[in-house]
Design a protein around this ligand. Structure first.
Ligand code: TXA
Ligand code: MG
Length: 325
């Protein structure tokens, strides 16, 4: 397949409406959009990403008022989250509309719905006028694409078009919160923090590691299968550290990279190192750094643990998973 490089939202929407796959920017990461109501297009998307069929997709809409195109109902708490945080880096898991296919939701009775806060994404969604399923634009398991060049590395020749826009700004995927029954549960941390959600709905809680382990141990049907698959992993070995090893041998330093927010003595020993000016910059540039490590074929990358505040919680989650934890 010859991938078209485009910069028009109308063209992107036209390709999506015709059943094609288009990578486009959002404020979190780039997504690969397809018409969620077109079963063949959805099947092509799983194929292009190499995505396990039991990992459900998020439906993207240009306006919160259009939720009924994807969901059967909008629970009160979900409505409150929509009012407070949409458009923005938040995905609501809601009871699904019966016309949304099992392929999209991996057979779950729920559907993820998100209204991205990005002018290009919203223009594409407005023009497409269908719910657009859009997973992150990367081959399954790899770090998410936050630049169109990264998307091109993974998906050129595998999708119909790539929108050549500026980098995604937040750099970490949306917060996923299950609002389909009982108290809301954060399934994936993101830029909208647990504390922010609790200001709107005080009983919101995090999906605990112990719950995940129990689900795996007993083979129960987990309610967010994406949690279990390998994710965000470069080819290089990832080591999450508080402080980088210093005084490492020349042989080791020659094949190692480091990134973080704090400057340490001895960083010059690493063949590649990057100190981000803030936690937000760290989140924004994190996946691209992992990709650069692979481009330069480093064997090992040391990444400094993000502090807990703000986006740090979400970044820590991605760091752990990049390390294969
Ligand atoms: O920021 C984002 O959310 C990006 C941009 C492109 O919008 N998209 C994204 O999609 O990260 P993806 O497919 O890489 O991740 C979707 C996550 C997975 O963890 C999946 O398991 C979860 O959302 N998810 C989707 N539908 C779900 C559902 N019905 N129930 C529970 N989890 C769901
Ligand atoms: Mg993804």
């Amino acid at each position: 397949m010859l991938t078209e490089y485009i910069d028009s939202a109308e063209r992107a929407a036209e390709i999506i409406r015709a059943g094609g796959l288009v990578a486009f920017p959002t404020e979190t990461v780039f997504g690969i959009g397809v018409d969620a109501t077109n079963g063949d297009a959805v099947a092509k998307l799983f194929e292009a990403k190499g995505r396990p069929s039991n990992n459900p997709l998020i439906l993207h809409l240009d306006d919160g008022g259009h939720w009924a195109r994807a969901a059967a109902e909008l629970p009160t708490v979900a409505e409150a989250f929509l009012d407070a945080f949409s458009p923005g880096p938040l995905t609501l898991v809601l009871p699904k509309l019966s016309s949304i296919g099992d392929q999209v939701t991996a057979g779950l009775p729920t559907v993820g719905v998100r209204i991205p806060d990005h002018p290009i994404a919203r223009a594409i969604l407005r023009n497409a006028a269908v719910p657009v399923a859009a997973p992150s634009a990367n081959r399954s398991g790899r770090p998410s694409g936050t630049t169109w060049q990264a998307v091109s590395e993974d998906l050129d020749g595998r999708i119909d078009a790539i929108f050549t826009a500026e980098s995604a700004t937040i750099g970490i995927e949306s917060t996923v919160v299950d609002c389909s029954g009982g108290n809301p549960v954060v399934l994936r941390p993101g830029a909208i923090t647990l504390e922010q959600l609790q200001q709107v709905a005080p009983h919101t809680r995090e999906y605990g590691d112990s719950e995940k382990q129990r689900m795996v141990a007993f083979g129960e049907k987990i309610n967010s299968p994406g949690i279990l698959h390998p994710h965000y992993q470069p080819k290089a070995q990832v080591c999450v550290v508080e402080v980088p090893p210093v005084g490492i041998s020349v042989e080791v330093s020659a094949v190692s990279a480091f990134c973080g927010t704090e400057r340490f003595d001895g960083l010059h020993e690493f063949a590649l190192s990057k100190i981000f000016g803030s936690l937000d910059d760290y989140a924004s540039g994190f996946y691209e750094f992992l990709r650069e490590v692979d481009r330069q074929a480093f064997e090992r990358v040391f990444i400094q643990t993000a502090s807990e505040e703000g986006i740090g919680r979400a970044l820590r989650d991605r760091q752990r998973r990049a390390a294969g934890d």
